[in-house]
Design a protein around this ligand. Structure first.
Ligand code: 13P
Ligand code: SF4
Length: 309
């Protein structure tokens, strides 16, 4: 879509300030299309973590996503100034586990390995053995000996989906993503009836019942790769609708059908183009973590990037 004159002037100013501040803009696949379009790099949580760990030239990272992602970037690039353009862009699932509860759970299951989805606070990460994302959860869990008890924090759906796929038991935290919980089996059945030739792809934060009705359950980067490769001309997308902007750009000849217009994460929609501009102008809102948290939270994230426990 063509930019309005106003959007163009905001975009030009962002580009100018980006140079002045020596900044890079990273964006998650769910944020508003206008923000994805000005980002230097868009990706899923794993790709964004990898990118954040490799930033050399720039001094400033403007992170367009939610807080736990910006915190992860700070943990991986502690010398950089990491900005989250809207201070209250959080992840409700990440707030479903706190460090004290994790400590209590470790006492309840002594000897268990704690695996933590990156959708968690930096404080929680200081307490766990290894992190994972939806893109590498199977690989990380598979690296843990079969007889080892595992506590999976905080997403019970991702945990249950991986446990089912790998045929192993895990102790699941009681957290969930409210956006993906809104996706129901009925929605999948209805869309399949409407589009019988379409492929159905969902995110593994959906319930196992929903995943069972889909053709694939993939991270957002996995979904993009699937959309490029599949011979299907129509794809029913069972995740936050923001990803359709990128899918459509990548594969303009295909038709992408949102599972529901209600599959919206309000937090991912909080950052608009003007917020990015103001963030660069005022250098706000800086992610600050104390040195002890940075040091401790780094370990499970680095282990994840190494790909094994
Ligand atoms: P991805 O890592 O698949 O992009 O997912 C992040 C997320 O928050 C999903 O709700
Ligand atoms: Fe968190 Fe769900 Fe939003 Fe992802 S979509 S950021 S898990 S609330």
């Amino acid at each position: 879509m063509a930019l309005s004159n106003y959007q163009k002037s905001v975009t030009d100013r962002i580009q100018q300030l980006k140079k002045e501040r020596n900044a890079i803009i990273l964006a998650h696949n769910y944020v508003l299309g206008e923000v994805q379009d000005i980002a230097d790099f868009c990706g899923d949580s794993l790709e964004l973590s990898r990118k954040a760990s490799m930033i050399e030239k720039q001094d400033v990272v403007v992170f367009c996503g939610v807080k736990f992602m910006a915190e992860t970037a700070k943990i991986l690039s502690p010398k950089k100034t990491v900005l989250l353009p809207v201070f209250d862009a959080g992840c409700p699932m990440a707030d479903m586990a706190d460090a004290e509860e994790v400590r209590n759970s470790k006492k309840q299951y002594p000897g268990a390995i704690t695996v933590c989805y990156v959708n968690s606070t930096a404080e929680v990460k200081t307490e766990v053995d290894i992190c994972c994302t939806s893109g590498n959860a199977e690989k990380i869990i598979s690296s843990i000996p079969k007889d080892q008890q595992i506590i999976f924090i905080p997403d019970k759906n991702l945990g249950a989906n991986v446990a089912k796929k790998l045929g192993r038991e895990m102790i699941l935290w009681d957290g969930f993503c409210p956006t993906h919980m809104r996706i129901t089996m009925e929605m999948i059945k209805k869309k399949r009836d409407e589009f019988p030739n379409a492929s159905v792809v969902v995110h593994p934060e959906c319930t196992p019942e929903v995943v069972a009705l889909a053709d694939e359950a993939l991270s957002t980067a996995g979904m993009l790769a699937f959309a490029r490769k599949t011979p299907a001309k129509q794809i029913i997308v069972g995740t936050e609708i923001g990803i359709i902007h990128r899918m459509q750009k990548d594969s303009p000849e295909k038709m992408f059908i949102p599972i529901s217009e209600q599959a919206v994460c309000m937090n991912m929609k909080k950052i608009n183009l003007e917020d990015v501009l103001i963030s660069l102008e005022k250098m706000q809102y800086e992610i600050k973590l104390d040195p002890e948290t940075l040091e401790k939270a780094k370990k499970p994230i680095f282990k994840m990037l190494e790909g094994r426990i």
